[in-house]
Design a protein around this ligand. Structure first.
Ligand SMILES: Cc1ncc(COP(=O)(O)O)c(C=O)c1O
Length: 465
């Protein structure tokens, strides 16, 4: 582990505050020892030299176990976005050089994302804000009286956008076979003309990969369509609409090593072209007369207003990079996940949470520590060991109630490209130490959460502009 005294990062202004005053630190400071060593074949993220302060007066390598929430940008993505920032112009709206270049990049981004998802002939790639927005867009496009089937285990973004009257919720399954059986049973007694099954690629609470092929096969048997929530799946596994046989897929750029603000809905055109525009506005219109408005078909129909071109291009850069490194990424993450899961499970008082059991996993270990509130565990890990995890119910309250406990929370460690084997060992050791010796500082709980009165850090940061 790389360490440095925090006095090294104290600025003259803060020194003037006098001895004993909390020290403000450059939180986006670089690791004194420089970037981590490159792991052969793995793409780098911009956070690979991120050092953050701990309560022990050290600045250490940031151990990121929160990829399930948001990922740091890949270096290749940041470079692409910076290139676009320097020269962008309006998209589909200008004859100027910058406009033409940006429009070309934006449409090339669409084609790149199409390749990433294995789009079939006639499929569309629509740029949205995120997965939530992509699934909401599909909900907007459902033909009248479409029956929707979703498991209660879905993330709220995939559980809530559908019309309540025509949506059937299936209980949380306790195995992959149970999920398949529940779907078959639900479809068997369904008279609806249009049906949509909402599938989860990988569970955001447990990281378990769902039996997508088996579920799609059952849906097809009964003539139902499928949409795959791939928010957690796309960063870790190859997506192929053609091979998986799903009709639509939705995912977010900010979980795919691209910045916030852009997402994707990709898949069949027919329902999308038959629905009214998602955002009735410029760009979505073909012609407007005093009496009629004619809307575009294709992606433009649902991309009203000026699009987030930088976000779309950044997603495309992420897709290209991940595609080129899939096998190495999967092998690396699988190895880290196995080590983390085994290490945590071996600690007395640690309970590892699963729903389906015995499934491939995209790199998540969710757990509780006997005798400690999950929110305190997260704070201790962050403050004392520069380890970032997430605690809570993970926007999947029904699933969390079923597998963690009613109203209970848990701690989620999610692995990604900014996680190293040293981080894994540090997290296991930190949890073990907590169980054996308790926190190293004493913590109090207020409305703002847990904090240690003896924490010497001033975490206020100068504004970045
Ligand atoms: C499985 C899953 N679906 C959907 C979402 C929603 O993603 P976003 O917040 O980017 O819209 C998340 C976010 O955590 C998720 O994990």
């Amino acid at each position: 582990m790389s360490t440095a005294s925090i006095q090294q990062t104290t600025t003259p202004a803060e020194s003037a505050a006098g001895p004993g005053a909390p020290r403000r630190l450059d939180l986006v400071g670089k690791l004194p020892s420089g970037p981590r060593p490159v792991v052969a074949g793995l793409p780098r993220t911009v956070s690979d030299d991120l050092g953050v302060p701990t309560v022990h007066h050290t600045v250490i390598d940031y151990a990121n176990f929160d990829h399930g929430a948001t990922t740091p940008a890949l270096v290749a993505v940041a470079e692409a976005a910076q290139q676009v920032q320097r020269r962008y112009g309006s998209v589909h709206r200008g004859a100027g050089y910058a406009s033409r270049v940006t429009t070309g990049w934006f449409e090339a981004a669409r084609a790149q994302v199409g390749q990433f998802v294995g789009a079939r002939d006639g499929d569309q790639v629509v740029f949205t804000r995120n997965t939530t927005d992509a699934l909401r867009l599909l909900a907007h496009c459902l033909p009248r009286r479409t029956r929707v089937i979703a498991w209660e285990s879905a993330h709220h973004a995939a559980l809530l956008p559908w019309p309540a009257r025509t949506t059937t919720r299936l209980p949380v399954p306790d195995s992959a076979d149970d999920a398949v059986a529940l779907l078959r049973e639900a479809l068997q007694d369904s008279p609806a003309r249009h049906q949509l099954v909402v599938l989860t690629g990988a569970c955001n609470v447990t990281g378990e990969v769902w039996p997508i092929a088996e579920l799609v096969a059952v849906a097809k048997e009964f003539g139902a369509r499928t949409v795959l929530d791939a928010a957690q799946y796309a960063p870790h596994r190859e997506l192929d609409l053609e091979e998986l046989g799903v009709d639509w897929v939705a995912f977010s750029g900010h979980k795919l090593y691209a910045p916030y603000g852009a997402g994707v809905l990709a898949g069949r055109s027919d329902w999308l072209d038959a629905a009214g525009p998602y955002l009735p506005a410029g760009g979505a219109t073909a012609a407007v007369t005093p009496r009629h408005t004619h809307w575009q078909t294709g992606p433009a129909r649902h991309e009203g207003g000026t699009p987030n071109a930088v976000g779309a291009i950044a997603i495309a850069a992420a897709c290209a990079t991940l595609r080129a490194h899939r096998a190495t990424i999967e092998a690396h993450e699988e190895q880290l996940h196995g080590r983390l899961r085994a290490g945590l499970a071996a600690i007395d008082g640690v309970r590892v949470i699963e729903a389906l059991g015995n499934r491939p996993n995209v790199g998540v270990v969710t757990f509780t520590v006997e005798g400690y509130e999950p929110s305190l565990v997260s704070q201790v890990l962050a403050d004392e060991q520069a380890i970032a995890v997430r605690d809570g119910r993970f926007c999947a309250h029904l699933l969390s109630d079923a597998i963690v406990g009613h109203g209970q929370t848990a701690i989620r460690a999610s692995i990604g490209l900014a996680t190293t084997s040293e981080h894994v060992d540090r997290l296991i050791a930190a949890v073990r130490r907590l169980v054996e010796d308790g926190p190293q500082l004493s913590y109090v709980h207020t409305d703002a959460g847990w904090s240690a009165p003896a924490d010497p850090r001033d975490l206020s940061e100068p504004l970045p502009w």
